[in-house]
Design a protein around this ligand. Structure first.
Ligand code: DGL
Length: 259
C-alpha cells in the first residue's frame, strides 16, 4: 500500500506550488499531479460544476491507485471537499485561505485576502471569515483574470502587473499589514507582489501547512512510503505542457493527457 502514489489535482498549474511544499518534506513519496487547465479557471463556475470537475479528477487519480488525494485548489476545496469526503473512502487533504494566522498576527487589525470568486462566495470560506470578523477587518478581493494570465504563460506580463496594482492598491490604502494568498496559483506572483506592496505587509499562504497535514495524515493511516530513494512525480496536464514545465525544475517532465 505505501508505495502507492499521492494524487494531487488543481484547476491548472498553480497547485504545483503545493506540490513543491509536499515534495520538500516527503521526498520519498511518489506522486501524480493533474492540472485540469482545459477547464481553468474554476473560480467563476458554480458549486455544482466545480463538484463535477472534482469528481472527474478524483476518479482518474483513484484509477491510478492513489492512496490519498490533495485537492491543491482553494476553489475546489471550499466547494467540493465535503462531497468528496462523503463519497470516497480514501483520505482527502484540502487547502483553504490562511485567514486565521493573518488575523491573529495583524497589528493594524486589517487583512487583505486575494482569492477566486468561487472561494470567496463559498459557505466554507464564509464560516471561517465570520469566525474572525470581530477581530479584524477582512478585505476580500476577487482575483478575476489572474489565473487566466498564469495559465496563458503571462506570469511576468505588464497586464499582470496592472491587474495586481488594481487589486492591491486599495488594500494598501486601507492599511492592511497581511495579505492572504487564497489561490494556489498566487504564490508564483511573489516577485511582483514584493515590488507592489510596502515592506511592512506580510504575504502568507497555506502551502506549508497543507504539506505538514499531508504528512500527518499519511502517518496516522500508516501510509508513508518506507523507501529511501528519491520518489518520482508524474505531471499531467490537459492544457499546454510547456507552460506548466516552465514553473518546474528542468528534471520534471510534463505530459499532455486528455482527461
Ligand atoms: N488554483 C486554484 C485555487 O486555488 C485556481 C482556481 C481557478 O481555477 O479559478 O483556487
Amino acid at each position: 500500500m505505501n508505495k502507492q502514489p499521492i494524487g494531487i489535482f488543481d484547476s491548472g498549474i498553480g497547485g504545483t506550488s503545493i506540490w513543491k511544499e509536499i515534495h520538500a518534506i516527503l521526498p520519498y513519496e511518489n506522486m501524480i499531479y493533474l492540472a485540469d487547465s482545459k477547464n481553468a479557471p474554476y473560480g467563476p463556475k458554480g458549486k455544482e460544476a466545480i463538484i463535477e470537475l472534482s469528481i472527474k479528477n478524483t476518479d482518474y487519480l483513484i484509477k491510478q491507485n492513489c492512496k490519498l488525494i490533495v485537492v491543491a485548489c482553494n476553489t475546489a476545496t471550499t466547494n467540493a471537499i465535503d462531497y468528496l469526503r462523503a463519497n470516497y473512502k480514501i483520505p482527502f487533504i484540502g487547502i483553504e485561505p490562511a485567514i486565521k494566522p493573518a488575523v491573529l498576527h495583524s497589528k493594524t487589525h486589517t487583512v487583505g485576502i486575494l482569492a477566486t470568486k468561487g472561494t470567496l462566495s463559498s459557505e466554507l470560506f464564509h464560516k471561517t471569515s465570520n469566525l474572525f470578523a470581530s477581530q479584524a477587518e477582512i478585505i476580500e478581493q476577487n482575483g478575476n483574470g489572474i489565473v487566466e494570465l498564469i495559465e496563458g504563460g503571462k506570469l511576468y506580463s505588464e497586464e499582470m502587473n496592472a491587474l495586481l496594482k488594481l487589486y492591491l492598491n486599495p488594500m494598501v490604502d486601507a492599511n492592511i499589514d497581511y495579505l492572504v494568498l487564497g489561490c494556489t496559483h498566487y504564490p508564483y506572483l511573489l516577485p511582483q507582489l514584493l515590488k507592489i506592496l510596502p515592506k511592512h505587509v506580510k504575504i502568507i499562504d497555506s502551502g506549508e501547512a497543507v504539506a505538514r497535514q499531508t504528512k500527518a495524515i499519511l502517518e496516522k493511516h500508516d501510509l508513508l512510503n518506507s523507501q529511501t530513494k528519491l520518489a518520482e512525480t508524474k505531471f499531467y496536464t490537459n492544457g499546454n505542457p510547456e507552460i506548466m514545465a516552465s514553473l518546474l525544475a528542468e528534471n520534471n517532465k510534463v505530459s499532455y493527457l486528455d482527461f
